[in-house]
Write a protein that binds this ligand. Structure first.
Ligand code: ASP
Ligand code: MG
Length: 408
């Protein structure tokens, strides 16, 4: 008989205190007793990772990357041990593993390491022996044997990667929300939980402010065809399945409205409109590892044009420094940074076959008096940069206009 294996990942709020850890242990034990092999991935308790980061900044202005990873991985080490103790108390075998012990091999980029390979033999052996394997999320060991982390929110990626390596039937991501919603329920109270979304939609949602799953975990799930089930560890109700597009029944034109207030808009004014200018500008930013997102170049008048682009707000200082250095070289008249912006996006696979979505979106924003500063599109997404004070209102009117809510 082939026993099926599930990977269950529990986020920081799901294991925030001893009672939460015991509730999670109950659920894991129940899953095991229902006849499944279980591999668990767990995050650090509550705000532990934030607290450790603050601590680091209290002793160092620019904490060393290797030591930061050594520090942050301690958070997950606490939760794996406690969770195993609680499971053992309930009469099942459980064994904890650090990322390194679980065979998660990464590159050497501290604080944003990428998984290169998973040598899952130890986990497989533990499971074959009848144990529940509990793995520390968000961490691995590098090709030079140093402890690494995968970037904030990286436990999702650990879970999906393990599910792929172990050929799990599903990767369940337990969190403090009931699933993926048509909009952030804090902004739109009538937002509806989606039963299913495609990997592509989830990627665009995660990239544009949908805070449910880490972007890289979705990429990994799509590339390795891992079914992901995002659900609540508070109600234990079924949540949202993230699956291949052809497994999404009743494909809506629009699946959701997302918003993001973490970016800033940089504008370089009056640059000569000739070959090589954009190349020089964005090469300089790329060499400084600035993550440029939307780019708009205006129509030129008298041989000059403005170039605007967005960057993460955290990168504004670095961007300004880089632009300052080349602004003369570009023969531009100057540049400005506007942090008072946000992005509102419509995401939906149905857009591909349904014309007029962009027009309807712009009309809705126009009726509401919301000015659009930048626009970008993909085949299943339309994003508008607007003033930050207009963002929540824009989300609400779009949610109504596209009939996404319970009342729609
Ligand atoms: N504990 C890490 C963080 O807070 C990893 C995770 O929770 O996914 O970023
Ligand atoms: Mg976390």
């Amino acid at each position: 008989m082939v026993v099926s294996l599930v990977v269950q990942k529990y986020g920081g709020t799901s294991v925030a205190d001893p009672d939460r850890i015991k509730a999670v242990a109950d659920h894991i034990v129940a899953t095991r007793r229902a006849g499944k092999d279980v591999v668990v991935v767990v995050s650090a308790m509550g705000k532990t990772t934030d607290d450790l980061e603050h601590l680091a900044h209290e002793v160092s202005t620019v904490p060393d990357g290797r030591e930061m990873d050594m520090l942050l991985t301690a958070g997950e080490r606490i939760s794996i041990a406690l969770l195993c103790m609680a499971i053992i108390d309930r009469g099942e075998h459980a064994v904890s593993f650090t990322g390194s012990q679980a065979g998660i091999l990464t590159d050497t980029a501290h604080r944003k390491a990428k998984i290169l390979e998973i040598k899952a033999d130890r986990l497989r052996d533990a499971v074959t022996d009848g144990s529940i394997a509990v793995v520390a999320g968000f961490q691995g060991v590098s090709t030079t044997s140093d402890i690494t982390t995968l970037g904030r929110g990286g436990s999702d990626t650990t879970a999906v990667a393990l599910a792929a390596a172990l050929d799990a039937e599903v990767c369940e991501i337990y969190t403090d929300v009931a699933g993926v919603f048509t909009a952030d329920p804090r902004v739109v109270p009538t937002a509806r939980k989606l039963d299913r979304v495609s990997y592509e939609e989830m990627l665009d949602m995660s990239a544009t402010g949908g805070r449910v799953l880490a972007l890289r975990s979705v990429e990994f799930a799509r590339n390795h065809d891992v079914p992901v089930h995002v659900r609540s560890s508070f109600t234990w109700e079924p949540g949202t399945w993230v699956v291949q597009e052809d497994e999404v029944m009743e494909q809506a034109i629009i699946s959701g409205v997302t918003h993001d207030l973490s970016e800033a808009k940089i504008t370089i004014t009056h640059v000569p409109d000739r070959p090589g200018i954009a190349a020089r500008l964005f090469r300089a930013l790329a060499d400084d590892s600035v993550n440029v997102d939307m780019i708009v170049q205006n129509v030129s008048t008298e041989g000059h044009t403005d170039i605007s682009f967005t960057v993460p707000r955290d990168d504004v200082a670095r961007t300004q420094k880089a632009v300052e250095q080349i602004v003369d070289d570009l023969e531009a008249s100057g540049f400005s940074a506007d942090e008072n912006v946000g992005r509102v996006s419509l995401v939906g696979a149905g857009m591909k076959t349904h014309p007029g979505v962009a027009a309807a979106m712009f009309e809705t924003l126009a009726q509401e008096g919301v000015n659009i500063e930048m626009i970008s599109t993909s085949s299943i997404r339309i994003s508008c940069v607007v003033a930050s004070e207009d963002v929540e209102r824009a989300v609400r009117v779009l949610h109504v206009a596209f009939e996404l809510g319970d009342d729609g």
